[in-house]
Design a binder for this molecule. Sequence first.
Ligand SMILES: Cc1ncc(COP(=O)(O)O)c(C=O)c1O
Length: 354
Amino acid sequence: MNFGSDNVCGVHPAIMDAIMAANSGTQGSYGNDVFTRKAQEQLSEVFECDLEAFLVSNGTAANGLCLAAMVPPYGAVICHGDAHILVDECGSPELMTGGAKLIGSNDPMGKLKLESLERILNGFTRGEHDPKPKAVSVTQATEHGTIYSVNEIAAIADLAHARGMKLHMDGARFANALVSLGCTPAEMTWKSGVDALSFGCTKNGAMMVEAVIFFDRTLAADFSHRRMRAAQLLSKGRYLGAQMNAYLENDLWLDNARHANAMASYLSAALEATGRMRIPLPTQANEVFPIMPRALFELLLSKGVVSYRWPGQGPGNDAAGEGEVFVRFVCSFMTSKTDCDALVREVEAWNGVV
Ligand SMILES: Cc1ncc(COP(=O)(O)O)c(C=O)c1O
């Protein structure tokens, strides 16, 4: 009953097989291998455009490197206040950009609102005494399991571009958002004005690979140097390429995400039906965010359920009250209905004493 994260699952067998299959003979090093080249072609096909794609080993590196290509050291990145880049990466984006400032909004539901973006931008009135806003970053799916619609992304992109900024998307859960919206990868990115994307794969079945993708190809200038300097150019890059090949082949990435999302919807409905907790955030991707009595949460932990209290108290108008906790359950491509049912049974077995 491990619902702690989508990182707790293993590697999808098809990806493991691809890694094993890549493990014969010699290949060019540092990304000069057939698997990496194929991955670049696949990504162009998937996104239906000419793009620049660079493989890295994890999402934090993808985010920091993307932002470093978009924002100078004296720049600012506007994002949501709970964005992973702001609160979970130990200042890595600041390090990689050489000191840019990250500024977060406090909007509900994990989504940066257009009005907040505008208000923050209008606060930059003091010339060189303020950092220069250079990029907006949105997380899709968000850190609260919610999703920006294509129109919302386009509106943020329009405002960012009108103010001379670029739009970055943290797509650690890109596939989960994509299958939930039912649009194409192109529609959710460059057609809506996204300039650069951290394309996540690890949480959705890979072992360790993500792609930095530039739709605005001018941003890719010197990027290979930037990646090398950040120690993210892997000498045996073929194993990154092989993971990406299998991830994209036969729509494995979409199937995995559909499964994870379906499990989250199933779990969300079943938990709510117990009447023992409420789910104040819509379950739109592969994460469920209930508010429940602390006593119930502690009981679940004692029964071996792995899950974390989530920072904050939940959405403002329906936040956790006295004796309640805000919790996150994450489903992955490996989560089964049996796992979900076992969790729900523990909830139902609670004696209700707080
Ligand atoms: C939204 C988001 N972005 C980026 C990351 C970073 O990924 P990694 O842990 O691979 O560095 C995570 C990981 O939890 C995440 O949830």
